[in-house]
Design a protein around this ligand. Sequence first.
Ligand SMILES: Cc1cc2nc3c(=O)[nH]c(=O)nc-3n(C[C@H](O)[C@H](O)[C@H](O)COP(=O)(O)O)c2cc1C
Length: 235
Amino acid sequence: MKVLGILGSPHKNGGTAQLLFSALRAAEKEGAETEWYSLYDGEIKPCIGCIQNEGPECRFPCIFEDYGKFLLQKIYEADGLIFATPIYWFAPSGVMKNLIDRMTCLENMVSFGEPSYLEGKVFGAIVVGADTGALMTGGYLIATLNSMGAIIPPWAIAYSYKSKASLWDDKDLMNAINVGLLVARTVALLKGKKVSLFYVDDKALLEEIRKEVLTELKLSEEPLRHVRKVGYLRY
Ligand SMILES: Cc1cc2nc3c(=O)[nH]c(=O)nc-3n(C[C@H](O)[C@H](O)[C@H](O)COP(=O)(O)O)c2cc1C
């Protein structure tokens, strides 16, 4: 069982990474093999809308030879997907939107007599901000991936407004852990295992994962809340 994490933040130890890594550690505890990639480690060219050309031309693999194509292949190979993004103006980061647009080539296989290549994959979302817009952002991700054919388990959106301090908020962290647990368990269920899909509230697991992520991200103490409130929505 492969669970792929996609980090849509430029910060490799920011709040988005903290909660993504927590979800991935949780998925591992359910027996998943995990991998993660940052969307900032290469170029993801914007979609050029081949789907609108005469005769459907948009199909997997995408025509661009870039980092985006590499990520699309990773998505194709995964059973479970966890996309984690900072909220950038009530929406996912621009690079994440670019990746999602490029995923059209996976979904558009329906135009070639095949199922969408996202069909049967299990999707969860993690969203981190400092002020507002989490449900617009998380809801957008969930609705879009579901429209592409992905399966959405219960408890599949976790969000935090604690920014760099997300890992230290027990509720937000437990929700992120549940994204990992429920994505992995839903994959297991689809593979015929007997598992239940309930929210897990487990303080010991939370502390264990927090410790692992603290070490992995080389974070030692809760950062001061860095949210600057000067007028409306200043970051
Ligand atoms: C361009 C930009 C737009 C932002 N817009 C929002 C927003 O609409 N809502 C919000 O809650 N936070 C917003 N933020 C704050 C970030 O989401 C917040 O700092 C978050 O912690 C970033 O995650 P990271 O530390 O993992 O990169 C914005 C930040 C930037 C740079």
